[in-house]
Structure formats: structure tokens, C-alpha cells
Design a protein around this ligand. Structure first.
Ligand SMILES: [Zn+2]
Length: 103
């Protein structure tokens, strides 16, 4: 189901504009609306805004669910990365044994 999204003219601290769902209380009436459109997800709205030349980010209030999903997928990517293991990780003894280094 598609929902209506707005691109606010106000910039965030990161210099990006906020994408709001229609009816979000944090999109104030005096803020200029740059774009409006019906999209099936927030990500789609962000993509459309960036194609139009406005780098955008989701509003943390009305697009909270999208931000949680995105952060969760970032975290999963970090956790499931393979850990680099080298041969020296297994061969280095914890205790120095002088005889072990003489060939
Ligand atoms: Zn909002």
C-alpha cells in the first residue's frame, strides 16, 4: 500500500532534508514542501528525492520503523562478516619457551 510522503525544505544537522509521512506532527505548516509523492516505502521516497537532487533522510519520528529495520540490517552485516584468521593466531605460544625457537 502506498503512502504519501513529503520532502521538507528544512535541513537536518547533517545537511540533508527530512522525508516525512503526510500528517507527521514534526512537519510544521510553515515549512516549505519541496516534493510530495505516493511511495510504497520510505526508502523509495528517499531514492526519488535523491534523483530529484535533494539528499534526504527519514524523519526519526514518523519513519522510526524504517530506521530500526535499516540499522538492524547494518548490524547484521557487521556481525556476520567473517573474522580474518591467520596461521600465526594458532602457532604463537602464550608462554615464551626458548627451546621452541631453536631449529
Ligand atoms: Zn516526520
Amino acid at each position: 500500500m502506498k503512502a504519501k510522503y513529503l520532502l521538507s525544505a528544512l535541513k537536518s544537522l547533517r545537511g540533508k532534508r527530512y522525508i516525512h509521512r503526510a500528517g507527521c506532527p514534526f512537519h510544521l505548516e510553515f515549512n516549505e514542501i519541496l516534493l510530495t509523492g505516493y511511495f510504497s516505502s520510505v526508502g523509495e521516497a528517499i531514492e526519488a528525492a535523491s534523483i530529484a537532487g535533494y539528499p534526504a533522510e527519514p524523519c526519526p519520528f514518523c519513519c522510526e520503523e524504517y530506521i530500526h529495520k535499516r540499522n538492524y540490517s547494518f548490524l547484521r552485516g557487521i556481525v556476520t562478516e567473517p573474522v580474518p584468521v591467520t596461521e600465526s593466531d594458532f602457532e604463537t605460544p602464550d608462554v615464551f619457551v626458548p627451546g621452541a625457537y631453536i631449529n
